[in-house]
Unconditional design. Structure first.
Length: 260
């Protein structure tokens, strides 16, 4: 299938400048153009996710090293707030996080419970990885919960991909594979992954871009976990398990899963 062009959003310029300007990099999570696209979990939704962590996934959450998870808020100067519900449910001494980090933690737990719970080793490919936060959190939690990630790849726009590399490398994750959408050549490499995740990414693309990803990646995956946040779900997924996102962050948000 012929690869299609994809429009560059304004957040891409923030990513580009973060690569050459330390002041931008040290504060990239505060730039409006960036937060609108990639750091946009509201305080209200953050509290919803925190409550779910402390109730639905309390037993998982007790096994986590929260000091390690806090690292996600040490780069980029995100907006952090107290989540007293985590102190109440989990007896945490430190409970200040960015809402987006709380969302990544909840989503990671839901992925592990829904798709990865009976697996000891996995190869994960992520479509649309933001700045790398979900990758960092999922790596940490899988390690804490005894699931070995043999391979982790992220497909994204060129400068977003380069920011992910810089960000994740600074936090000690050196073994990530980055695939730039504009420079994809060897699509056979994607067949070496067995679990696909996409959090508020795949559903935001134009239909021709969705179909391109379905053709080269999605249809080859044994398992996947996709949070779809636009009204019309691609017809490829019509026979998969589709449920409402919990907690609901948007009126159209659904979780699509295969496997697990």
């Amino acid at each position: 299938m012929k690869r299609v062009n994809i429009a560059l959003y304004t957040h891409v310029e923030v990513c580009k400048q973060s690569l050459i300007d330390d002041n931008v990099y040290n504060n990239f999570k505060q730039y409006p153009a960036f937060t609108k696209i990639l750091e946009h979990t509201s305080e209200a939704n953050g509290h919803k996710f925190a409550n779910q962590i402390g109730t639905t996934y309390k037993e998982y959450a007790k096994k986590l090293d929260w000091n390690k998870l806090i690292e996600n808020d040490t780069v980029g100067s995100p907006h952090v707030i107290p989540f007293y519900e985590l102190r109440e449910h989990l007896n945490l001494e430190f409970f200040y996080f960015s809402p987006s980090t709380i969302h990544y933690i909840y989503t990671g737990l839901d992925i592990i419970h829904t798709v990865l719970k009976d697996r000891k080793e996995i190869n994960i490919l992520e479509i649309g990885g933001g700045y790398g936060g979900q990758c960092k959190i999922l790596h940490d939690m899988c390690d804490m919960l005894g699931v070995k990630i043999n391979r982790y790849g992220i497909v994204d726009l060129e400068y977003v991909s380069k920011l992910q590399n810089k960000y994740l490398s600074s936090l000690g994750h050196q073994n990530i594979e980055y695939y730039e959408y504009e420079n994809i050549e060897d699509i056979d490499v994607f067949k070496e992954y067995d679990v696909l995740i996409s959090v508020y990414g795949l559903g935001e693309f134009e239909l021709d871009v969705q179909n391109y990803y379905v053709d080269i990646i999605v249809k080859h995956m044994k398992d996947y976990y996709i949070i779809w946040n636009t009204q019309e779900i691609n017809s490829f997924f019509k026979n998969d398990k589709i449920v409402d996102e919990t907690p609901q962050t948007g009126r159209f948000c659904k979780i699509i899963t295969k496997g697990g």
